[in-house]
Design a protein around this ligand. Sequence first.
Ligand SMILES: C[S@@+](CC[C@H](N)C(=O)[O-])C[C@H]1O[C@@H](n2cnc3c(N)ncnc32)[C@H](O)[C@@H]1O
Length: 280
Amino acid sequence: MKQSSAKQYAFSDAEYEELRRIIEQSVGIALASGKRDLVYGRVSRRVRALGLSSFAEYLARLRKGDQAELEELVNAMTTNVTQFFRESHHFDYLRETFLPEMVQRHQRDRVIRIWSAGCSSGEEPYSIAVVMAEFLDAHPGWRAEIWATDVDGAILRQAEEGVYPMESLKDVSQERLRRFFLRGKGVNEGKVRVGKSLREIVQFQRVNLIQPWRIRQSFDAVFCRNVIIYFDRAHKKQVVEGFADHLAPKGHLFLGHSESLHGLTDRYQLIGKTIYRRRD
Ligand SMILES: C[S@@+](CC[C@H](N)C(=O)[O-])C[C@H]1O[C@@H](n2cnc3c(N)ncnc32)[C@H](O)[C@@H]1O
């Protein structure tokens, strides 16, 4: 049995395999063999936090069906890197093409619905909300609804709070800062909080993309960027085809810069840089 050297806990091949399996089955994240050190680093923190003395004890706990710990493991294993207006061409497309098309199409209910799936700490849905709020200034009587979901409960709580270091908004214009964000004072100096007008548009919820979704409405667009990149092929396909089922006719899917539907499904047509439209 191979064991890592110079580490506080023994970590066998079999234990690594079992953790990989549990993570893949719970959230679809496919860990390559090169991720062993990453898994050791993140899981050993959980072993320590629980006061256990080995990975074997930790796995025994998961095998007994400890759901709360499974959630902690998922939170520990997700990669939450994100930023405001990341991949800015998507936001230009929203403003210049997508939203004008929507107001042509939705004459009846006048609500534009967007799902940010895998929203991490909230920068993505709040960026969408900024663009929608600005656009709707010129379209009174219209409403925007953004549903922002993630499997990581801890990061979702941060997203809901909507508090960010000032530094994370360095590329956001002064005008947007003034209109949509509140500057912290006293102990919150150097931080900003997302203002009410954006918070009212965005609704957060914990959703695991690889488990069945309970959704009744359809969306005009889904942003699922830099999420399926971590999934194996079967889960990628399951998730993007699920989006197609929940998109309105001609609904759009925005993927991350290194993600593609090529060879995965024929339910979409590529219409821009990592922008897809559902085939009707
Ligand atoms: C790298 S972040 C991307 C954030 C944002 N979409 C962006 O592009 O900046 C990936 C997010 O996907 C979430 N995620 C991973 N597996 C998931 C799953 N099975 N269901 C829902 N969210 C998941 C992670 O928790 C993480 O917050």
